[in-house]
Structure formats: C-alpha cells, structure tokens
Design a protein around this ligand. Structure first.
Ligand SMILES: Nc1ncnc2c1ncn2[C@@H]1O[C@H](COP(=O)(O)OP(=O)(O)OP(=O)(O)O)[C@@H](O)[C@H]1O
Length: 206
C-alpha cells in the first residue's frame, strides 16, 4: 500500500470541513475524489500535501507531490530554468523525461510569464515527475488543457502508475486511466468550528 490514511479531520480557516476520513491508495492505483463544489476535495488534498495541518490523524507529505490550482511558475525564468530549478530542489538529475512526457521541447527557452494558460499548466504539471514522489495529489489538473493535452496528461499519469506510483485526484474529466477507484467525500462532511490552534502556521497557510 502506498498511502493509508485513518480517521483524518481537516480544516479550512476556522471551519472543520471533513472528519473521519479513511482512505488508501495502492501502488499503480488512482483514486478520484467525488463531491459537489465546496465538499472539501481541495481541503483534503491540501491536508495530505501538508499545506494545512490536520485537526486529527496524521499525514506523510514527504511522499506526496501536489499540483494545486495555481501554476506556481517563476515568470521571469524560462521553462527550462523552471524545470531545472525544481529538479535541483528534488535531487533529480535529468529533466529530459519530463520535457518529453509533457511535450515541452518547443517551449524550453520561452519565459514562463509569456506562455499561454495551457502551456503554463503543462509546464507546471511537468514538476510532478521531477519530484520523484510516489503519490501525486492533483487538484483539477486539466484546467486550461485542450483535448490533446488532456490525453497527454492522462498518459503521463498512466506512466506514473505503471512504475508503481499512485494518484489522488479531484477532477471531473475522464483521463482514461486503467485502474481508477472513486471516493465520495460527502460521507465525511463536517460543519462546525475548528478547534482553536496555537500553531501560527495553521491560519497563515490558508
Ligand atoms: N480559506 C478558507 N477559510 C474558510 N473556509 C474556506 C476557505 N477556503 C475554502 N473554504 C470552505 O471550505 C469548504 C471546502 O472547500 P474546498 O475548496 O475544499 O471544496 P472543493 O470540494 O474543492 O470545491 P470545488 O469543487 O468548488 O473546488 C467550502 O465550504 C469552502 O467555502
């Protein structure tokens, strides 16, 4: 099993959004989070990524790579410089596989700030394999991608699963993945004030 979570409770600001969350993803498996707008999909992914401390339960952010809504690119750097920066952070020697997987060769010397929305997204998603992390946490990863690039991303996720990785996704798009389970997170809904925390970062990171 790549990731197992038991009895997790998650907050956003002063609200407990989810409680009693238990889930697991095995090597080679993708888990799609279901639930209407506001159900807590982003909240759960942020908590698993270590961006918001859980109220109860434990997470292991060090095995996770998180692709958030924001692209997180350094606009003044080129695509190649952004990828090289991330590779150096995560100790990955070679950016070439990520460049190939996300079809970034024609964009390598363009400034990130000058890319289209879909090109920025593709560059941002290329960070995932560069992390070398087992569990990809994906929050609406296909926003701004056209059909061809949704398919490209689906192949990149499938390749990750094929090498023993796993993924937890919030998405309304079918990525054509081979082995997908779904988890309806409404069953974990909680709506009450979160306990006051003495951790100054709990709020600062919202
Ligand atoms: N910074 C915040 N402070 C307080 N509450 C917040 C904050 N951000 C989000 N929320 C609330 O937390 C709840 C869960 O939001 P979340 O973004 O996790 O839902 P979601 O399932 O990802 O929604 P969507 O499908 O619209 O992206 C919502 O009721 C939302 O209004």
């Amino acid at each position: 099993m790549t990731l197992t979570i038991t009895d997790l409770a998650c907050r956003r600001g002063q609200i407990t959004v989810l409680r009693g969350v238990s889930l697991s993803v095995a090597a080679g498996e993708a888990l799609v989070l279901r639930g209407p707008n506001g159900a807590g999909k982003t909240t759960l992914l942020r908590t698993l990524a270590g961006l918001t401390p859980p109220i109860a339960g434990t997470v292991d952010p060090d095995i996770c790579a998180y692709a958030a809504h924001a692209d997180g690119l350094k606009g003044q750097l080129t695509v190649a410089e952004n990828l090289t920066f991330w590779a150096s952070i995560f100790g990955t020697a070679d950016i070439a596989p990520a460049v190939a997987a996300f079809d970034l060769a024609p964009l390598l010397h363009r400034r990130a700030a000058d890319l289209s929305a879909g090109q920025k997204r593709r560059t941002s998603l290329a960070r995932l394999p560069l992390t070398g992390r087992k569990v990809w946490l994906l929050d609406e990863p296909t926003v701004s991608l056209d059909a061809a690039n949704v398919a490209l991303f689906g192949r990149a996720v499938a390749a990750h699963l094929g090498t023993g990785g796993s993924a937890i996704l919030a998405t309304h798009i079918d990525l054509g993945l081979p082995d997908v389970r779904t988890l309806d997170i409404l069953q974990f809904a909680a709506r009450h004030a979160a306990p006051v925390t003495d951790d100054p970062f709990a709020e600062a990171l919202e």
